[in-house]
Design a protein around this ligand. Sequence first.
Ligand SMILES: Cc1cc2nc3c(=O)[nH]c(=O)nc-3n(C[C@H](O)[C@H](O)[C@H](O)COP(=O)(O)O)c2cc1C
Ligand code: SF4
Length: 490
Amino acid sequence: MSYARIGALKSVEQFREHLATLGLELPCDDAPLSADEGSPLAAPFEVGAFTVGNRWCIHPMEGWDGTADGQPTEHTLRRWRNFGLSGAKLIWGGEAFAVQQDGRANPNQLYYRPENETGIDELLQTLISSHEQQFGPNSSRDLLVGLQLTHSGRYSRPTRKDRAEPRIAYHHPLLDRRVGIAPDDDSRVWTDGDIRQLIDRYVVAAQLADRLGFQFVDVKSCHGYLGHEFLSAFTRPGPYGGDFEGRTKFLRDIVTGIRAECPRLMIGVRLSLYDFPPFRPREIENGKPGVGVPEDWERDYPGFGCNRDNPLELDLAEPIRLMEMLHRDNGVALFNLSAGSPYYNPHMQRPAFYPPSDGYQPPEDPLVGCVRQVQAVRDVKQRLPHVPVVGTSYTYFQEFLPHVAQAVVRAGWVDSVGIGRLVLSDWELPAKTLAGADYRADKKLCRTFSDCTTAPRNGMISGCYPLDEHYKDLPEFERLKEVKAGLRGK
Ligand SMILES: Cc1cc2nc3c(=O)[nH]c(=O)nc-3n(C[C@H](O)[C@H](O)[C@H](O)COP(=O)(O)O)c2cc1C
Ligand code: SF4
């Protein structure tokens, strides 16, 4: 299956025509505007009592490059420095920070232990000082920085890259097989008692963030990790599963605990707004993993934000109810909306032209997946106009990202536009756009080659190997080429 490459579309008219061919409705301006020309992306917005300086956000982007005991390395520090240089005024989480050792998604993820406090402080200070060096001594006054708290749950690999050590909220008929859990192996399922202890660990990690000067923490509830999994724990008995109240209790208890211990700290939630069933590649086609197809889902597919009778359809009723409740009753100040999971339906979470090594050929034009996310966020904003929301899945718009970003912000579809993969290849794009500079001249736009996902899937640090010179000098660059050649050989 082949789709038009965005880079091959020579003008914004061609991009719009392409959207129309796909039947997609998406606002898109004729040309990017600078801050001086009144770009909507330069306008501040309120999050609680804080005024965020502009509408660009940097999503959390992990590098699989911490030390074995969870401290940052030079690669981690460089990434956070680049986040500060980006010009974005909202830094959502930096990267996933496990609240305890067994919650790491890989043995190089940062995690909470008292000895790691200095390292996390260094990350924050590096980010703030790079921002101030680039944009002026007082420029961090309107810079909002959070730390993303997580437990990787089903996708925990805390000790070895090649050993899954899953801890699950419930047995999932399709996903258990993928991480080697037997349907009757309850040793992997969290007990209610263990859950209560884990909630305390989130609070301890939030206290660290508060002490160090992060303005908010994100209670991560997306991408198939534990916080997301609880939201679909329909079959889990007891207080943390079953009905809506039960399935959202884990998240609500963490938020309540953090509010009690850290009253000044704001709380955000990064939420997978909807899910799809797991996809797998159809058999190998032309030497490549085939097109993605959904697994045969059971009648009662346990997804959050999708129609339970046909989980390939969205149903946003519960996610909107959850957001409204968290904002109104629990004081959650802001949301970052994503979708699905990079482990079992990557084409909807991070649409790409070239799939990662454990992926499949896109079953739809990647633009369809991007616009699905952008429109779902619009639907949320229509229902909850007063709730600050960051949107995801903009990297794939490439040349036309600034055109789309300023148009959707102006139209009130979203408050802040988040960038993920793009920040690895072209971290200064927000600053360049706001300054009215040609953001295409240095040819650093992310082309969704997926090497930043393929590398960690094969045990290497993540980064933009094709476009960031920093990674070209590392031994991992050659290894990655060998891995990709090996895949082609297969
Ligand atoms: C290398 C890599 C690391 C990521 N790390 C995180 C993370 O730590 N936390 C998180 O919530 N999402 C993480 N994501 C997902 C991104 O934040 C983002 O949702 C995704 O890339 C889609 O946005 P984009 O289209 O702008 O890339 C990661 C994605 C990639 C490719
Ligand atoms: S490796 Fe670079 S170009 Fe490829 S998807 Fe990642 S950031 Fe984009």
